[in-house]
Design a protein. Structure first.
Length: 140
């Protein structure tokens, strides 16, 4: 089996819910120790602050024990007002949709085109595993 296919097959779809969700705005948690993540968080805070709370995961982990510690280290975590938790590319696309107050075109593709979610998650994982390189490429 090709390497890409093996990686796609190992991507679990885990649906989490938190007992005490945010009450005003969806909450996007990012790795506050990562320069690449900090750069994106600043952009999202500037653009989406009215509709989306963006907080380092280190500041909020204790509030959400339902989310495994390893999940914070691997990917963005988006907590919706209903307590639903989304991770990785799904979290990023939903955060952008909240920020713009419209779905855009990538989230519907992610949700409905066969294989699109797996490919987008794979792309997210590649960037996440090589954050230092992407941070340098972006000039941070």
């Amino acid at each position: 089996m090709p390497r890409l296919a093996r990686q796609l097959n190992r991507m679990p779809i885990v649906r989490l819910r938190v007992a005490m969700p945010p009450t005003e705005r969806p909450l996007l948690l990012f790795d506050g120790d990562c320069q690449f993540c900090q750069q994106w968080a600043r952009r999202w805070q500037t653009a989406y602050a009215v509709r989306l709370a963006v907080v380092p995961s280190q500041e909020a982990r204790a509030q959400f024990p339902e989310i495994p510690s390893a999940a914070y280290d691997e990917a963005l975590q988006l907590i919706e007002l209903d307590g639903s938790v989304y991770s990785g590319a799904n979290a990023a696309l939903r955060a952008i949709a909240h920020g713009r107050s419209r779905r855009g075109f990538l989230l519907p593709i992610y949700e409905s085109v066969p294989g699109a979610a797996l490919l987008m998650e794979l792309g997210y994982r590649i960037v996440a595993r090589h954050r230092r390189i992407f941070s340098m490429l972006m000039g941070s």
